[in-house]
Design a protein around this ligand. Structure first.
Ligand code: BV8
Length: 244
């Protein structure tokens, strides 16, 4: 990490929100342990039993709405604000903790818990209230066509055009708190590497795609990430001074 990066791309997963008290998916007491993925996070499940899927996400809303960003989210917001180069976050998380920490350039490729999409007119409804099969779309006024704006397995990701552009442009790719098992997000590191980026993995333990990263920093990202961000800011400042 001895250069001034022009474009830093950060990919985050559930591990970045773990120290805010939010359950991850695949850890011991993870979200999927009490539910079968295919019962709640697939498009067939939604078509088969929309009430059940709506209830699963409605149940999550109060906790995610009350959750507070932790030092990892705050470090990334500080990096975006103070770093001389561009900083973007692509998150697999449906919580809004990056935004609550002050990050502005955040792309939710797996959707957002406080959004629903109308399958009739395609408009997005932003709400922390419960959405269900009776909810009327405020845009086209049709009832019963709202779906959580969550990307289920088998659905294509959101913001993929922007993500492709960011993967081509970045010279530093940082992955934080993801098990690296869900594609295409788990393959982003390969694309970044192909386009010449330096790749770093921040996780509790080696992710499934860890062999694709140049560097690894294992530990709680609430501790490891702020230290890394301070290093990045300090070395950029020194470079600026030397250039003056
Ligand atoms: C698509 C929405 C195509 C719900 C989610 C066979 C092989 C390969 C791929 C596939 C395959 N069969 C099917 C596929 C594709 C499939 C896929 O990848 N399946 C996997 C499971 C095999 N992918 C898809 O279906 C995707 N769509 O491919 O579409 C297509 C193309 C065109 C047209 C039509 C279709 C859609 C993927 C999105 C699915 N939706 N979620 C919801 O969020 O409720 S995925 C779900 O997993 C979440 O979004 C989550 O974000 C994501 C990844 O999980 P992680 O964030 O990594 O969380 P996890 O718990 O796993 O790990 C947490 C990590 O943090 C751990 O490593 C832990 O150690 C670490 N950690 C914990 N605490 C800390 C920490 N690290 C640091 N500090 C800490 N304190």
């Amino acid at each position: 990490m001895n250069k001034q990066y022009k474009h830093i791309l950060v990919l985050t997963g559930a591990g970045v929100s773990a120290e805010s008290g939010l359950a991850t998916f695949r850890d011991a007491e993870g979200l999927w342990n009490n539910h079968k993925v295919e019962d709640v996070a697939t498009i067939d499940a939604f078509e088969r039993n929309p009430e059940y899927v709506h209830a699963f996400y409605n149940e999550m809303k109060p906790e995610l709405s009350a959750a507070k960003p932790n030092s990892a989210h705050l470090a990334l917001a500080k990096l975006e604000k103070e770093y001389t180069g561009e900083v973007n976050i692509v998150t697999q998380n449906v919580d809004t903790l990056h935004e609550k920490a002050g990050s502005r350039k955040v792309y939710h490729i797996h959707g957002q818990i406080n959004q629903a999409v109308c399958l009739n007119c395609g408009q997005i409804l932003e709400t922390w209230d419960a959405v269900d099969t009776q909810t009327v779309c405020p845009h086209c006024h049709i009832a019963g066509m709202m779906k959580p704006n969550i990307v289920f397995f088998g659905e294509s990701l959101l913001y993929m055009n922007e993500v492709e552009r960011l993967l081509k442009a970045c010279d530093l790719f940082i992955s934080v708190g993801t098990s690296g098992v869900v594609y295409p997000a788990a393959g982003f590191v390969q694309a970044a590497k192909y386009h010449g980026a330096e790749t770093w993995e921040f996780n509790l333990e080696a992710g499934a795609n860890n062999y694709l990263f140049d560097k690894h920093i294992y530990g709680k990202c609430g501790t490891t990430l702020p230290a890394f961000v301070d290093e990045l800011l300090k070395s950029a400042e020194e470079k600026e001074k030397n250039n003056d």
